[in-house]
Design a protein around this ligand. Sequence first.
Ligand code: HEC
Length: 135
Amino acid sequence: MRPLAFACLVAIVVFGACAESGPTDADYLEGREVYGTCAACHGGNGQGGAGPALAMVRETFPDCADHVKWVSLGSKRWKDTVGTTYGAASKPIEGVMPEFGESLTADQLKQIALYERVRFGEADLDSEKEACGLD
Ligand code: HEC
């Protein structure tokens, strides 16, 4: 089997999708890598599961910095430090989202937000990189 085909097969098993195509930007690719941690709850294609689907993520967090903050704090610390609702539409926090501020670097938090916004929220890669502070 060709190495690329094999990598694709592994991706299908692990992420539920083969993303052989798509942007080749280094920040986007790092975000895609880290998204493996999130896929268990948000789905390989952002379709949701234990956590919500991510297609509306830019409506929830119009500002990338808030998206990064949410992922960094997780639902419990967000509740303790920000409030009992999150996002532009003040969604009530009802589930449990782990915090990632300790396990991911500041750059990885931005890269994961970039990946989710571009892949699932259909944002433009270049302008979103700037909005997430990755240019
Ligand atoms: C254990 C399950 C779980 C994992 C793992 C997880 N999340 Fe979540 N996530 C949730 C839940 C549950 C919510 C909704 C919180 C609520 O309603 O209380 C959420 C909400 C979100 C939202 C807001 C979406 C919206 O539009 O409302 C984003 C963005 C998000 N998570 C990103 C991530 C990222 C990035 C990762 C990986 C680094 C991740 N999540 C890992 C469970 C999880």
